[in-house]
Design a protein around this ligand. Structure first.
Ligand SMILES: [Zn+2]
Length: 355
């Protein structure tokens, strides 16, 4: 099925890009709304709801609080100063010094590029503005007239900061994080595509292409392609639960194949190309059923036909099918079909890609 002539593929690729099984913008907003990072509101309305008027004025409108009024100006407790917008760690107590300028002042920042510096020529002055790199909230300005060895003075609005004392940091009950490795088996059409997509996702430890859901033990590619064994082409994904989760894995799955066509992905037709999730436990089953319900309601116009079935066995496909896209990028099918899916994934999940 995958050895169709280039011309036919070219035509099909055009129809694939325009087949519009769902609206890209709907999927994009669904992914944003369900991102595992909920610290950054989606829009200004969200920011207004999250912040106090004073915080909004400073962080979002680049305002400046009146000097000597900030709550944290005289704070001498041990702890961490965080961005009041998104919670990013910016400074620690040992970086703070007494300044007479009227705003909390620091002589350095926590390493790691958490603060952006840009030229600010507003109000007839040439200054360097500092903003939170994560949420782009305005913090204040930086000057090179600091009294300590660094020579720097980060002059920060108290309203841009929240303070977490050490006592709280150490005692705080960290949210229970599911850890360890888990495995999920997904069929989303041609396994070359599905495998290539998941190879790029943070938290994915290994990806293998193979066959599941059929009767014969250890089927060959030819046997599966004959549609007599009942197998689907699948990708088995091992992932680190502390770095990604089922929700994200399913978001990637549903945004990179068409779950509304029965036994078909674009030009690939046959039961081996069916859309299917093989769950291994109740958690996977419930998560799968839940996202299908959500996407049916919010994203897709056509009904999702993805099967949610108990996992039985996985048979690894022939060696030449493993890492097929990485090893055969110039092959026409990879050029016309796989690449498009990988690019779509990279666009939608651009902050979740392995470096
Ligand atoms: Zn921030």
């Amino acid at each position: 099925m995958k050895n169709i002539s280039i011309i036919l593929l070219a035509i099909l690729a055009v129809s694939l890009t325009s087949c519009g099984q769902y609206s890209n913008s709907k999927m994009e907003s669904y992914i944003k709304a369900n991102s595992s990072d909920t610290t950054i509101p989606k829009d200004e309305v969200g920011w207004k709801n999250k912040l106090t008027d004073q915080q909004y004025y400073v962080l979002r409108q680049k305002g400046t609080e009146r000097p000597f009024t900030g709550e944290l100006l005289l704070n001498k407790e041990k702890g961490t100063y965080k961005c009041a917008g998104c919670g990013a760690d910016l400074f620690t107590d040992d970086m703070k010094f007494d300044s007479e300028c009227g705003w909390p002042s620091f002589d350095k920042e926590i390493a790691g590029g958490k603060i952006l510096k840009t030229v600010d020529n507003s109000n007839g002055m040439s200054r360097t503005e500092i903003t939170c790199a994560k949420c782009r909230g305005h913090l204040g300005h930086i000057f090179d007239d600091g009294p300590t060895a660094t020579g720097q003075r980060y002059c920060v609005n108290s309203a841009s900061l929240s303070f977490e004392p050490v006592s709280k940091t150490t005692q705080k009950n960290k949210p229970v994080m599911k850890t360890g490795l888990d495995t999920i088996t997904l069929g989303g059409g041609c396994f070359w595509c599905v495998e290539a997509v998941y190879e790029g996702l943070i938290g994915v430890v290994s990806v293998e292409s193979g066959y599941s859901g059929g009767k014969k033990v250890n089927p060959t590619y030819q046997e599966v392609s004959s549609q007599n064994t009942g197998h689907a082409e699948v990708t088995q994904i091992v992932y680190d639960r502390s770095k990604t989760n089922l929700d994200e894995i399913f978001q990637v799955f549903f945004s990179t194949h068409d779950p509304t066509t029965i036994n078909r992905q674009g030009s690939d037709k046959g039961t081996q190309y069916r859309s299917v999730i093989f769950y291994k436990n109740n958690e996977q089953k419930e998560a799968a059923e839940s996202i299908v319900k959500e996407l049916n309601a919010k994203v897709y116009d056509d009904k999702i036909v993805t099967q949610v079935e108990p996992f039985n066995a996985f048979y690894k496909a022939e060696d030449y099918h493993q890492n097929y896209y990485a090893n055969n990028k110039s092959q026409p099918y990879c050029q016309m079909v796989v690449r498009e899916k990988v690019e779509k994934f990279e666009k939608l999940f651009n902050d979740r890609l392995k470096k």
